[in-house]
Ligand binder design. Structure first.
Ligand SMILES: [Cu+2]
Length: 227
């Protein structure tokens, strides 16, 4: 035999060819399997999130390739292998097909539903308050922006203050009730604070008392949460 992909002759130059392949079907099936595996592996490995919607289609390609593979391999008849090799190959084939079918039926492994990947609950996000340029000016009407934020404890109760001054000026986020104090943070710097309990938290800037804001924290069920 001259190579693995070698069809048409069962006896060539006195050498019995073990494989009776259909080159085209075999090539297409291998291509489908490679594309299917890649299409499943890449999204779920985290390399590329944008390919995730392709995963289910890739699973279909993989299954089609697995079905076509034996058709391509054994078109001219079953390979003349020793009983031991035939047993191993048959077992591997049945095992692979069973794994794919069972995992597809159970919706596990590479066939996990796309919407079930990642966090199951609502995704927490942060609230940002910008300290506007010119806040250091006593005549400034807008300083903390927005001046009043309403958050839900444990859901979006982490607040980020960003000093967006265009000149070098330090500001603070200081609780009127003495509950928290950022200390001075400069231009383009930020301060982060997470509120754990419900309440109304007025705050101000220590060197610029005209700068005032309020964080109102609520407690309750998370939006979209069950029970
Ligand atoms: Cu200030």
């Amino acid at each position: 035999m001259t190579g693995w992909i070698d069809s048409g002759y069962s006896i060539k130059a006195g050498c019995v060819s073990f494989w009776y392949m259909d080159d085209t079907v075999l090539a297409v099936s291998v291509l489908l399997i490679v594309m299917g595996v890649a299409g499943i592996f890449i999204p779920f490995s985290g390399i590329s999130e944008t390919m995730r919607p392709l995963a289910e289609f890739s699973g279909f390609m993989l299954a089609l390739g697995i079905i076509m593979l034996p058709i391509g391999l054994f078109r001219g008849g079953l390979p003349q292998l020793s009983s031991g090799k035939t047993y191993v190959l048959t077992s591997l084939g049945i095992g692979l097909v069973s794994f794919v079918l069972v995992s597809a039926a159970l919706q596990v492994g590479p066939f996990t539903k796309i919407e079930e990947v990642g966090a199951t609950g609502p995704t927490p996000f942060n609230v940002t308050v910008i300290i506007l340029p010119g806040s250091f000016d006593p005549s400034a009407t807008e300083t903390y922006s927005p001046a009043s934020v309403r958050v839900l404890a444990g859901y979006n109760s982490t607040v980020i203050w960003i000093n967006a001054e265009t000149v070098n000026v330090g500001h603070t986020v200081t609780s009127d009730q003495g509950l928290f104090d950022s200390g001075l943070f400069g231009t383009n710097e930020r301060w982060v604070f997470t509120f754990a309990r419900a309440g109304i938290y007025p705050y101000h800037c220590t060197p610029h008392p005209w700068m005032v804001g309020t964080v109102t924290v609520f407690e309750g069920p998370m939006p979209g949460a069950e029970a």
